[in-house]
Write a protein that binds this ligand. Structure first.
Ligand SMILES: Nc1ncnc2c1ncn2[C@@H]1O[C@H](COP(=O)(O)OP(=O)(O)O)[C@@H](O)[C@H]1O
Ligand SMILES: [Mg+2]
Length: 385
């Protein structure tokens, strides 16, 4: 396992090029993922298009940004490295073409063929389309046309295209790469890079309970650091709070990651069934056999179709004929009713929710990361419970 990134041996030229780039830096903390990065470097050398897919918070964007800033990529593509966040786009081919031509510095094309001809006349570039699931949901108008546009761009030999997606989308010609959980070592390194607690079996157990899910680990470690919990306080807060601890107010929270999928047109089309299905599976005491879904949950009308759609959006996955959910998501849906019921209540400070209160809640000197206007002066993270 290594801390990947361009820092070691990076040339001065690369540093200058990086400073000119308009997209985010490589993540400061990045562990594991050597295999996937090696595969992506191989594909970039051909170049061949790829889609990284996984549930929210699994580290797709982190991998894509680390790739873009990787020394080999920086030297090969120089300033011709582009990163486009698709959730900032409207669902139209026009908007996508506009954004792509802006990135490449071309005049606005009338269609994808004209855009491809601009790319063909330019130096080879690497392009990340981050979060294409937000523009290719099958129920979004124009989704098919957008997918075709991405496919055609992927076919252009002068464009090395890497897409990230929560949907396992099958675009002809694209390599599909599933981003799985971190290794235990990488999960541990991630946790301890965000907070100063020493390694321990107790913390390892929590990381494993979180399925080594990077976003959840980063949230938990930040909560521990910001509240200056010692290990007993962390373990106690974890056993009391679980999902609420994962709702750090100044990061993309687990809730955002999950709820944004539930708002997509395809999942919305299932109405209440989608959430009922997720809650039922999260609370199910035993294994959920895919073949037994309608027997296990007779009260949920259309449970099989809902599971199929939810699997497509990575909220559920299938393993050995069983329907499963990564544990941070399971925790979320186990507690959802309680969280939702109190959503109208004002924010509460975490120290009033955990008994006995965590120690050492003295203010820290740097207060810049306080983001909630409701935060009290002594505690950084506030939660709804
Ligand atoms: N390999 C990793 N090592 C350490 N932290 C990671 C790693 N991958 C992701 N993270 C952290 O997890 C969080 C979610 O990652 P992100 O790339 O945004 O997930 P996704 O794009 O799949 O939703 C971020 O805070 C990120 O820094
Ligand atoms: Mg992302």
């Amino acid at each position: 396992m290594s801390q990947a990134g361009p820092s070691t041996g990076a040339s001065r030229m690369q540093t200058v090029e990086d400073a000119l780039l308009s997209f985010p830096k490589a993540p400061a903390h990045f562990f594991g993922r050597d295999d996937i990065l090696d595969d992506l470097l191989d594909l970039a050398a051909r170049p061949a298009p790829a889609t990284l897919y996984a549930a929210g918070g699994m580290g797709k964007t982190a991998i894509a940004l680390t790739l873009l800033h990787h020394e080999e990529i920086a030297i090969r593509f120089g300033k011709y490295r582009y990163f486009i966040r698709c959730d900032a786009l409207e669902n139209s081919v026009d908007d996508l073409l506009g954004r792509l031509s802006e990135a490449g510095g071309f005049p606005r094309p009338k269609d994808v063929a004209q855009l491809v001809s601009h790319f063909e006349a330019s130096p080879t570039c690497i392009l990340v389309l981050d979060g294409i699931d937000s523009i290719i949901d099958p129920l979004v108008p124009g989704a098919t046309e957008i997918t075709t546009t991405i496919e055609e761009l992927g076919r252009c030999p002068k464009v090395c295209l890497v897409a990230t997606s929560r949907i396992d989308v099958k675009i002809p010609g694209f390599w599909r790469m599933r981003v799985s959980r971190l290794s235990k070592e990488a999960a541990r390194a991630t946790f301890h890079s965000h907070c100063s607690l020493k390694e321990s079996a107790g913390i390892d157990d929590i990381l494993s309970e979180l399925s080594f899910h990077p976003l959840s680990i980063a949230l938990l470690a930040s909560a521990a650091e910001e509240n200056e919990w010692d290990q007993p306080a962390l373990l106690e807060a974890w056993s009391d709070g679980k999902t609420s601890i994962l709702k750090a107010s100044d990061q993309t929270s687990l809730e955002d990651s999950i709820e944004s999928i539930l708002r997509t047109p395809t999942i919305q089309a299932f109405g209440a069934t989608a959430r009922e299905t997720l809650e039922a599976i999260a609370k199910s005491p035993g294994d959920v056999q895919e073949a037994e879904l309608s027997n296990l949950f007779p009260e949920i009308n259309g449970v099989e179709d809902a599971v199929r759609a939810l699997r497509k959006f990575s909220l559920l996955y299938r393993e050995d004929g069983l329907v499963k959910m990564v544990s941070p998501f399971r925790l979320y849906f186990q507690h959802f009713r309680r969280l939702a019921k109190s959503a109208e209540r004002p924010f509460l400070r975490i120290d009033s929710l955990i008994r006995p209160p965590p120690k050492n809640l003295e203010p820290r000197r740097h207060d810049s990361r306080v983001s909630s206007p409701n935060a009290g002066p002594r505690v950084r993270f506030v939660y709804r419970l």
